[in-house]
Design a protein around this ligand. Structure first.
Ligand code: C5P
Length: 403
């Protein structure tokens, strides 16, 4: 992952037991390519040590506004002028109350007040006991902080460190990471409705067995996530996968090609872009058995008669919306050889604007891929990268074409 390459993030920790999750968050930000400068309040150092945060961020931690390491003794100015974003995680109830009043008696609150609002976003990930979270004072503060320009993230629900259950847990590190990437991603797909398919399909042979394939759904889910991060409204029609749906993306779970076809066709008219990333089974059993087929040594193994499934991409490309030129259609070609030639044939046969070719052996189940973008003007390779990075580049190119 390198969606945060060259981004500078100040990760602020205020006091709360959720500080233990800040270590994981720091690691995730660094893995995504960000340069992370950790700043901790004194209360935060009661929960996790600066040594841990220094090791994970690879930078000495700042704790005090009187820190002599800055030659001008103005860490609050130096660190915020270089930052793309200040992320306070956890943001305690007390810390948010303090920010609300523009108080600045420790380095972290001082930095929040001194940040250049035009270039350095402020993001708060609240974490507290459920009673503290639902208290009118906290809710009032959250509203006010939002109208003052801070991005206050939501909270998780569930069991809390104090033993109570309810709202107020800090979001999980990977959820915060997704929100941070969204905030730092150009919003070039705002106003676009994007419909995608992802994953394999499962075609039942009997109630327990079926035909499927090795598609993991990772490429389609990455595309859905990137489209959402760029500001699009996203509807993902997904076959069976083990993946967690991306935040902010609407998902319709289906099993068979027929169900996928039906779900897609029902949403074509409201869509501006259709991306067919699913590995749809070409055939299904003509008559799936009603009950589990029994093994019987005396009889020969069953023979299944197959019939073709509808071609979802081809049908969408033939829809009125697409024929009027109001739907940008993108398909995939998973081949094992002659990638360019096969992708070009598919471009014409399906009637899509773009076909993204990939070699099945280089993509199925993997976290990385290499793509060949093929359209009416020719083709070019998108070199090997993570599926997340390739998805971001594909969505950037689609946004460019839509303009
Ligand atoms: O025809 P083929 O399966 O090689 O084409 C691959 C492309 O067509 C992919 O974009 C895939 O999602 C889409 N497709 C489809 N419905 C099918 C078969 C493939 O949408 N029944």
């Amino acid at each position: 992952m390198n969606e945060l390459l060259n981004k500078r993030i100040v990760l602020g920790l205020s006091g709360g037991i959720a500080c233990y999750k800040a270590a994981e968050l720091c690691r995730a930000l660094v893995k995504a390519g960000a340069q992370v400068q950790v700043v901790m309040t004194q209360a935060a150092t009661q929960f996790i040590t600066p040594v841990t945060m220094q090791a994970l961020s690879n930078q000495p931690v700042f704790e005090s506004q009187w820190d002599e390491r800055a030659p001008n003794n103005m860490a609050h100015i130096n660190l915020t002028r270089q930052a793309d974003l200040i992320l306070v995680a956890p943001a305690s109830a007390d810390f948010m109350a303090k920010l609300l009043h523009g108080r600045a008696d420790d380095l972290l609150s001082l930095m929040c007040l001194a940040r250049p609002t035009a270039s350095t976003q402020l993001v708060l990930a609240p974490a507290m006991n459920r009673e503290m979270w639902s208290h009118p004072a906290t809710q009032r503060n959250v509203e006010q902080l939002r109208s003052d320009g801070a991005h206050v993230l939501g909270v998780g629900a569930g069991e809390q460190a104090c033993g109570e259950t309810g709202d107020g847990r800090m979001l999980e590190p990977l959820e915060i990471l997704q929100d941070v990437i969204s905030l730092l991603t150009p919003k070039d797909l705002v106003g676009q409705q994007i419909l995608l398919t992802a994953g394999p399909t499962f075609e039942a042979l009997d109630p327990v067995r079926g035909l499927t394939n090795r598609s993991s759904g990772k490429m389609g889910y990455a595309l859905a996530q990137s489209a959402h991060q760029r500001g699009a409204q996203v509807l993902l029609v997904s076959g069976p996968t083990h993946l967690t749906p991306p935040r902010g993306v609407r998902v319709i779970q289906v099993e068979s090609a027929l169900q996928m076809h039906q779900a897609v066709m029902a949403h074509v008219n409201e869509s501006d872009v259709f991306i067919a990333c699913a590995a749809v089974a070409d055939w299904r059993a003509t008559k799936p058995a009603e009950h589990k087929l029994k093994k019987n040594d005396q009889q020969s193994p069953p023979i299944f008669e197959l019939m073709p499934n509808p071609d979802i991409l081809a049908d969408v490309c033939k829809s009125e919306k697409a024929l009027r030129g109001q739907l940008f259609c993108v398909g995939f070609a998973a081949e094992t050889e002659n990638l360019e030639q096969n992708a070009k044939i598919k471009l014409n046969r399906k009637g899509a604007q773009v076909i993204l070719g990939n070699l099945a052996q280089n993509t199925l189940g993997r976290d990385d891929n290499t793509l060949l973008w093929v359209d009416a003007n020719g083709s070019f390779e998108m070199p090997n990268n993570t599926k997340a990075a390739l998805a971001s580049e594909v969505m950037r190119l689609i946004a460019q074409r839509l303009r």
